[in-house]
Design a binder for this molecule. Structure first.
Ligand SMILES: *Cc1c(COP(=O)(O)O)cnc(C)c1O
Length: 233
């Protein structure tokens, strides 16, 4: 991967965060250019799960405005204060969502990437009615049809998209985490085909280890944690 590997200096967190953000943004721009795409066609979601506000604030100070979390409760504990400090922050939920947390998720998040079953679609529709909030949604696809992995089975995708649209969810795209340890490109390409088939413009694919490949294959959103924050403890 083309990222520089910068050490983490505990005493220079702000500078360090900015350097890493600059590195990731430059790598995104290079990959977009290679793919004949505009760099601003790719949104960088900084995945801040497990990191506390003190670690996140330097990234906000460096200009990052789009963040992702994987747990509703963790996000509720740390984000309201930061949202009050800085306007224009967009919060994405990228982790599995339990139906009983749907209302809280709809209340806090601007975008939810993990819609993967009919019962959750119904819970989200109800939560929209109760809260008056209308986030954007990605349908998460279990693109390798792996047992015990999040996301809807590829065979169930057409019905799930139709149901979500029918329930009034603003479905903008598809999200997937490809099988680990093997070349992700065929899975990204398959997800892109499904998105085209269903008239969905956005693709949430690409993490720290494979975002350049994802951008080549049409990612509109890359979800990057460790390349920005270091390995999670
Ligand atoms: C943690 C996480 C990421 C970020 O992973 P990194 O490898 O740290 O970049 C992206 N997407 C999802 C769904 C995640 O849970």
């Amino acid at each position: 991967m083309a990222l520089l590997h910068r050490p983490f200096y505990s005493g220079a967190m702000s500078d360090d965060a900015k350097l890493r953000l600059d590195d990731v943004r430059a790598a995104i721009a290079r990959a977009a250019k290679t793919a004949g795409r505009k760099a601003d066609a790719v949104t960088l979601i900084a995945i801040s799960k497990t990191h506390d506000a003190e670690t996140i604030r330097p990234l906000i100070a460096a200009g990052q405005r789009v963040f992702g979390e994987n747990r509703v409760q963790e996000a509720q504990a740390k984000w309201p204060a930061m949202l009050a400090e800085t306007s224009g922050i967009e919060l994405h939920l990228v982790g599995q969502l339990q139906s009983n947390k749907a209302a809280e998720a709809v209340e806090l998040f601007d975008v939810i990437h993990s819609v993967d079953r009919m019962s959750l679609v119904k819970a989200l529709a109800k939560a929209q009615g109760a809260t008056g909030k209308r986030p954007r949604y990605f349908i998460q696809v279990n693109i390798g049809d792996e047992p015990q992995k999040g996301g809807c089975a590829t065979a169930d995708l057409p019905a799930l998209i139709e149901a979500a649209r029918g329930e009034g969810l603003n479905v903008v795209g598809l999200m997937a985490v490809p099988p680990s340890g093997i070349e992700p490109a065929p899975y990204f390409a398959l997800l892109a085909k499904f998105a085209r088939d269903h008239g969905l413009a956005q693709l949430s694919i690409g993490m720290s280890g494979d975002f350049e490949t994802a951008i080549m294959l049409g990612a509109s959103h890359v979800r990057i944690g460790s390349a920005l924050f270091g390995a999670r403890g």
